[in-house]
Design a protein around this ligand. Structure first.
Ligand code: FMN
Length: 331
């Protein structure tokens, strides 16, 4: 029997379903999958652009990079190596990547644990415990970013940490004063029964002063119980060498790899993107933390969670019928 060159529709459905557990800015899920006979294609869905915080579509492309890396892991866990062709195609800038497949003879157990992490990962906006995160835990995360041609710099010294916190605060203060920012945030945050946006139950019931976080309380009432403790999170800056579509896609792939590897190690994580949204904050991080080079794409908070089980369900996703087309033609 000739070996198959494309996963079955059942495998396709389950792998793309898992891929779509990827994080995205404001849970906008700005991706679209198109199925061809021997390949799968990833497109940007521009209708989901956040025009105020993301006018260039940078975070939209980062989100698509995250779904692409999730897809590689999801297919590998189902026994298929996904060969990714990234497509910087000026004629079709929204066509970000295509995937072709090779059937694997066995599944790497490490990939299986990453796939399990993808199924359970969530953005944790609570403060984290003060227990230190050991170098042996952090070093592999830096390596995962490097493999995607990105850098992950941990702001471990007081001065660097303070600079990152100040940059987030500065960006937040600038954004807060813009009615159009508040309006856009309100349209996406604090939802109750929606397959998109950030639900109220994922947002802290109380805004903890001084926490380096996006202030969703500005527009939405959170429902997530938060312990009152000093945040012990490590702050890491994810950066790229350039600032093009390719760099953004790579940043998203690195973000996914870092978050899943951290989740596998039972760390809690939270991406924070405001430092990339306000030019002066971005320059501050580049100059004070990255030694003046590179393009900060986002900050990742990570640390030990206050409870081993996160209270409440996973953040919802749009049904596959809205993001895959044609929906499983081989059916
Ligand atoms: C590009 C990008 C930017 C994000 N920025 C923030 C942010 O500034 N603050 C925050 O709390 N979460 C941020 N997130 C996390 C998303 O809100 C989260 O992934 C989404 O709501 C889905 O929830 P989940 O990660 O729990 O599945 C960001 C995620 C991505 C991919």
């Amino acid at each position: 029997m000739a070996s198959r060159t494309v996963p079955s529709q059942e495998t396709m459905r389950s792998a793309l379903g898992l891929a779509c557990r990827a994080p995205s800015v404001h849970n906008s899920q700005p991706w679209r999958w198109k199925l061809a006979v021997h390949s799968v294609h990833l497109y940007l869905d521009r209708s989901r652009l956040l025009e105020i915080i993301d006018p260039t579509g940078r975070e939209m492309v980062i989100s698509c990079g995250a779904v692409l890396n999730h897809a590689r892991i999801a297919f590998a866990a189902e026994g298929w190596r996904a060969r990714v062709h990234r497509l910087p195609n000026p004629a079709q800038p929204d066509h970000l990547a295509s995937i072709e497949f090779t059937e694997l003879t066995e599944v790497d157990p490490h990939v299986e644990t990453l796939a399990a992490a993808a199924a359970n990962r969530r953005t944790d906006r609570r403060p984290f415990l003060a227990d230190p995160v050991a170098q042996e835990v952090l070093a592999p995360l830096r390596e995962f970013a490097r493999l995607e041609d990105c850098t992950l710099s941990f702001a471990l010294e007081d001065r660097e940490r303070r600079e990152v916190e100040l940059a987030i605060q500065h960006a937040g203060a600038e954004q807060r004063d813009r009615p159009e920012y508040r309006q856009e945030l309100a349209a996406w945050a604090g939802r109750h029964a929606s397959a998109e946006g950030v639900p109220a139950r994922s947002l802290p019931a109380e805004h903890l002063r001084g926490m380096p976080e996006r202030d969703f309380a500005l527009v939405a009432e959170g429902e997530l119980p938060v312990p009152i403790l000093d945040d012990g999170a490590v702050l890491a800056v994810l950066a790229t060498r350039g600032d093009s579509y390719e760099s953004w896609l790579a940043a998203g792939e690195a973000l996914s790899a870092v978050l899943l590897s951290a989740t596998k190690q039972r760390l809690a994580t939270c991406p924070l993107s405001q430092v990339g949204e306000v030019g002066t904050a971005r320059n501050q991080v580049r100059d004070q933390v990255l030694g003046g080079s590179g393009f900060p794409q986002m900050v990742i908070r990570l640390g030990w969670p206050v409870t081993s089980e996160f209270p409440g369900p996973l953040t919802p996703r749009r049904p596959l019928s809205e993001v895959v087309e044609p929906l499983f033609p081989r059916e």
